[in-house]
Ligand binder design. Sequence first.
Ligand SMILES: Cc1cc2nc3c(=O)[nH]c(=O)nc-3n(C[C@H](O)[C@H](O)[C@H](O)COP(=O)(O)O)c2cc1C
Length: 414
Amino acid sequence: MYAVHTFLFVTEARMTDPGTPLHLAHGPALPNRIAKAAMEELLAEPGHLPGQRLERLYRRWSAGGAGLLITGHVMVTAQAMADPRDVLLEHGTPLAPFRRWAAAAHDGGARAWMQINHPGRVIPGIAQTWSASDVRVDAGRWSRLYARPTPMTRTDLVGTVESFATTAALAREAGFDGVEIHAAHGYLLSQFLSPLTNLRTDEWGGPLTNRARLLLDVVDAVRTRVGDDFTVAVKINTADFQRGGFDEQDARTVVGLLASHGVDLAELSGGSIESLAVNGFPADGRTLAREAFFLDTAATILAAPPLPVMVTGGIRRRAAIQQVLDAGAAVAGVATALAADPSAPHRWLSGEDAETLTPPVRWRDKTLSAAASQALTHHRLAEYARGATTPCARGPLHALAADRLPTLFPTRRR
Ligand SMILES: Cc1cc2nc3c(=O)[nH]c(=O)nc-3n(C[C@H](O)[C@H](O)[C@H](O)COP(=O)(O)O)c2cc1C
C-alpha cells in the first residue's frame, strides 16, 4: 500500500505544472507550487511583535501570486533570540498583532505558514547560548562574535520541546495555516542533527536516530497540540557541506522519519553560518549548480519521496521551478528573488520566464560577502515594508553597515 502511494506521488509530481494546487495530509491545500521561502525580515516592532511593516510586506507578497508564504523565523523563546529585531511568539504574547499578520498574508489568496525556530549557539554578541554540546561556531575571524555554548540538560530539552509546541499552538490560534519547524542552516535542531556539533553520549547523541530525537519530539509535541487540520512542515539540510557533517544519506533517513511522524512536507536546503552553501560558498569545496543548487544533493530523496518535498535555493526564473518540479519536488521555494520582485510568481504562473536579477556580492571575505548579500535583501524587504513600489538603490557596504550595527551594539534585548 505504502509503495503504491509513493509511486502515484512520484508519477503525479513529474508532470506538474507550477499552477497545480497541492493537497496536503493535514491543513488546507496550496493554490500552486511556488512558495516564498522563509526570510528573516528583522522588522519586528518593540516587544518583538509583528506590526504594520510586516503586514504591508506580506500583503504585497500575497498579491504577488505565490501559493504559500512562509514567514521569516519566529523565535520560540525570549531566552534565545537570533536577533533582537526578530519576532517572538511564546506563552503570554498578545495574539492580535499575529492575527493581523496572518490576515495580511492571506489577503491575496496565499496560504501562510509560520516558521518557528530556536537558534541554539548561533546568536552573535551575547555571553550565554545553548546547544547540543560545547562546540563554538567556527566563522573564521568572526568566530569571536559567538560564545562557547552550554550543553543542554534534559530539563532544557523538555522545555524547548514545550516552547516549540506552544508557539505552534499560538500560530494556529492566530490564523496561520501551518508551521514550519526550522531544522536546517545550523540552528538548534540542526546542531543536534549534525555529528560535528552534537558530541553527546546520551540518548540525544551518537547514531542518527538519537541525533534526530529532539526534532522528532518537537514534531510529535507540535502535532499533539495543533490537531489534524493544521499543516506541520520541517526544513532540513540536504547536507551541511562540511567534511564529516550531516550528509545526503542522513537527510534521506531523516526525511523517512519525518514521513513516519506525520509531517506534511519537508523543505530541503543546505549549509549553515560555517558553510555558506546558500550563498555559493560551501566549506567542503563542492561546486553547486548555478540554479536550483540543492537539486543534486536532494536527488536520492526526490527519486522516491515518502512525503511532499519542497526544494529551495538559487531559483530565479520559471525554467528552474519547472526543473525542480520535474525532478520530483512538490513545491519550489524562492527567497531572494521574491525580495527583488514580489510579483514574480504571477509572471511565472502566466508562463513568462524572465530571470529576476539578484547579483551576489563577491568580496574576498566570504562571510562578509554573504552578510552583505543578506543585508541587501533585508534592505529591499524594509523598503516594501514602508510601502515603496520599487526599493531605492543601496550599495552593499552601506546595506551591511545598516544591517549589522544594531546586532554588534544591541540596545534592546529581553
Ligand atoms: C535575508 C535572508 C533571510 C533568510 N532568513 C531565513 C529564515 O529566517 N529561515 C530560513 O529557513 N531560511 C532563511 N533564509 C534562507 C532562505 O529561506 C533560502 O533557503 C535561501 O536564501 C536560498 O534560497 P534563494 O536562493 O531563493 O534565496 C534567508 C535568506 C535570506 C536571503
